[in-house]
Design a binder for this molecule. Structure first.
Ligand SMILES: O=C(O)CCC(=O)C(=O)O
Length: 233
């Protein structure tokens, strides 16, 4: 990626609170993940498994098994220069990344409108990277964004039905495997229904610049490529 492309990606993120980065994950990595995830999830949960917003199939997967699937994806993003341009010297990946399998006829997706920053209280500045492994179109759903709100400077109150968006319609983001959607921690978004006949496999990764005391999860140091614990844990 040239520095002009990286700058335009960062400019889009800064003015809209999100950016879609096309073709950043090589197809070999997408294919490798797709060879693993469906059988792993079937074996762990059975064929009728429905993701929820709070479970995570990669938890308990074992460091060496799971690492070989998500570390190369994080590496591609880090080495592209995009994360550093958006977040500053991006140094850590929260572990484990979210992992989703949203089945057909999941009419409400995984949950209502929310901000990641309003849910992950132990983290300060971070961005979320949403990485699908299947084609994301109107039927398969993916994430719906509310950029019309601008980037709110902090949490919008969230009730049991999420953030009240009134009559606002979420902006769908169409993506192909290999694309990555990066968004600000305060950007409201919603998990869209999957009305296709395909299972929607995706990862969501959180990247941040510094490791603070009080963070609950382990991280991968993206400079040294090793697992680290937050201080005082
Ligand atoms: O993958 C999805 O459908 C929802 C993911 C999401 O909302 C999130 O990562 O915050």
């Amino acid at each position: 990626m040239t520095s002009a492309v990286i700058k335009s990606i960062a400019d889009h993120f800064n003015s809209h609170g999100f950016v879609l980065v096309k073709h950043v994950i090589p197809h070999e990595l997408v294919d490798k993940t797709l060879r693993f995830l469906p059988s792993y999830i079937d074996n762990k949960y059975g064929p009728n498994y429905q993701s929820t917003h709070t479970d995570n199939p990669l938890s308990g997967c074992g460091q060496t098994i799971s690492e070989q699937y998500f570390v190369p994806l994080a590496q591609m993003l880090k080495l592209s220069g995009v994360l550093d341009a958006i977040l500053g010297p991006t140094s850590f990946l929260r572990i484990p990344p979210g992992c989703r399998a949203v089945h057909p006829n999941h009419p409400e997706g995984l949950g209502p409108a929310h901000q990641d920053g309003g849910r992950l209280h132990d983290m300060e500045e971070f961005v979320t990277a949403w990485i699908p492994f299947v084609e994301i179109d109107n039927e398969c759903g993916g994430l719906g964004l509310y950029p019309s709100l601008g980037i709110p400077p902090g949490p919008i109150p969230e009730g049991t039905h999420g953030i009240d968006m009134g009559a606002r319609v979420p902006k769908p983001v169409h993506m192909s495997p290999g694309d990555v959607l990066i968004f600000h921690k305060w950007l409201p978004h919603i998990s869209m229904p999957n009305t296709s006949n395909r299972i929607r496999y995706s990862f969501d990764m959180r990247f941040y610049s510094s490791l603070k005391g009080g963070q609950k999860k382990q991280a991968i140091d993206l400079q040294k490529w090793r697992w680290v614990n937050p201080p005082n844990n």
